[in-house]
Design a binder for this molecule. Structure first.
Ligand SMILES: Cc1cc2nc3c(=O)[nH]c(=O)nc-3n(C[C@H](O)[C@H](O)[C@H](O)COP(=O)(O)O)c2cc1C
Length: 213
């Protein structure tokens, strides 16, 4: 067995003090996000792990890209018929988590998920590079395919079919918005005495709770 017990880091880059905590978690998320962006050491700040409860009863986590956020929620795009799409249809409760090692931070968001308006999905779809638009058309995400070759062929056929024309957004493709019910902010500290601030909604208001590391 490979011994990994020597792999350890002391987290000492920052802290999350009680003084000055914003009233709303979205403000803290935006602050952290902007700090990460300014710091410039995180290759994909908007990559987040989306966990769903699968139709087989197992949780499943995979990475998707956060495309927008405000105080109403967090938006990402995917295939509505994919494995995750089916899971969210059956159980619209999800967890989003971000790990930002460059600043030793983690954010964990639990909430309910719903599809965004088709018009918004349409607008975003057409803002993507043509190759990505065609890719969405070419892929029945999460289903098996005979070979890589088959997929590449499908893309080529679509490229010539839509040459010089607008690519229609497939009905099965669009955005989801996660409306948070809780948001936990984790800042690594020395001696494993990390800071954890949990925001939860209680009686319609956001409340802050400090958790033990
Ligand atoms: C960095 C990164 C970004 C990704 N972004 C997305 C995304 O925004 N939407 C998406 O559907 N899949 C995205 N994927 C692929 C998913 O992780 C996953 O493979 C795919 O959505 C199929 O998941 P499913 O079969 O569980 O539905 C991304 C993967 C990585 C590694």
């Amino acid at each position: 067995m490979e011994d990994l017990s020597h792999l350890r880091q002391s987290y000492e880059k920052s802290e999350l003090s009680d003084a000055g905590l914003p009233e709303f978690p979205f403000e803290l998320f935006a602050k952290w996000f902007n700090e990460l962006r300014d710091f410039g050491k995180e290759p994909e700040i908007n990559a987040m792990t989306l966990s769903t409860i699968g139709i087989d009863g197992y949780p499943k986590a995979r990475v998707v890209l956060l495309k927008s956020f405000d105080d109403s929620g967090f938006v990402f795009f995917s295939n509505y018929e994919s494995e995750k799409g089916q899971a969210m249809e059956l159980e619209p409760k999800v967890c989003l988590s971000f790990f930002w090692p460059s600043m030793e931070r983690q954010v964990i968001i639990k909430g309910s998920v719903s599809k965004i308006d088709d018009a918004e999905s349409e607008a975003y779809f057409h803002s993507r590079p043509r190759g990505s638009q065609l890719g969405a058309l070419a892929s029945n995400q999460s289903l098996p395919v005979e070979s890589r070759h088959k997929l590449d062929d499908r893309l080529k056929t679509l490229e010539s079919e839509f040459e010089g024309r607008q690519i229609p957004k497939p009905e099965y493709w669009g955005g989801y918005k996660v409306q948070p019910e809780s948001m936990e902010f984790w800042q690594g500290r020395a001696n494993r005495m990390h800071d954890r601030i949990l925001y939860v909604i209680e009686d319609g208001d956001w409340k802050q709770i400090r958790l033990q590391p």
